[in-house]
Design a protein around this ligand. Sequence first.
Ligand code: NAD
Length: 269
Amino acid sequence: MENIPLAQLMSLKGKVAIVTGGAMGIGRGIVERLAEAGAKVLIADLDLEAAKKSASELHQKGWTVLSIKTDVGSEVDVKKMVEVCQEALGGIDILVNNAGIYPPEPVAKMSGEDFEKVMHVNLRSVFLTTKYVSEVMRQQGRGGKIINITSVDAIHPSMVGLAHYDASKHGVWGFTKNSALELAPDNIWVNAIAPGGINTPGVAAMQSAAPQADAEMLKKQTEAFMSKIPMHRMGEPDEIGKVALFLASDMSSYMTGEQVVVDGGVLLS
Ligand SMILES: NC(=O)c1ccc[n+]([C@@H]2O[C@H](COP(=O)([O-])OP(=O)(O)OC[C@H]3O[C@@H](n4cnc5c(N)ncnc54)[C@H](O)[C@@H]3O)[C@@H](O)[C@H]2O)c1
């Protein structure tokens, strides 16, 4: 095999990426590294204002970053996202399924709707985007990279109150492995990243929005979680962005159906 120089291996020049939920948090960290590596990026996010703001900040760095309002749980929105990306950016080479929600709710208090909403946004979305984006990648005939953001909760629960979330993330990990098998003949590699605790607006909102009794419980669980991290700190979105760049680039040319854990060592304890 040809020994490609490092700079070229990490380059995403000429590639087009979609990052769902890319307006803030982990998604934004991923958008920044992919754009810096030369990819044109479409941020597909429910929060259009935040997506526009991120796109315009990154545009000022000289990168091509566009935004579109997308509810990843909606088939109509996902189809539109795919069409707009092809029209505006000329194709799709990389898909990052990052959008996700984690509203804490004990099973005893959880309604059927609560459960389904989490499944819809976290799991069904991955099926929808993979279905429509892989179709485009197949037609383009130049392969592709799909990266699904799971969680350490796809392996082991981090706290009580996330049974629906953990079920959805276990589902995404299963979907990652099977779709990797199905798409490998088309040179489409499918991998996952399982983050541990990462400092994001979503985590901050989860802690501040909890009702008083739950807030106490959440505080205790957060302290217990923190005390278990061997690196003694939460991660930052860029620490997921860097691994996403690895999986989106030729650096990971012989990897598919794999889940990379990025958790400061929390699963060790
Ligand atoms: N932060 C963590 O500690 C952590 C740990 C493990 C896994 N994760 C996973 O990482 C991903 C991102 O988490 P985060 O903490 O950055 O979240 P966040 O809440 O900070 O940001 C999520 C982004 O997704 C968007 N979004 C929400 N619902 C959407 C929908 N239906 N359609 C499109 N966009 C939508 C939001 O508008 C927001 O921009 C999620 O899949 C989450 O499960 C996070």
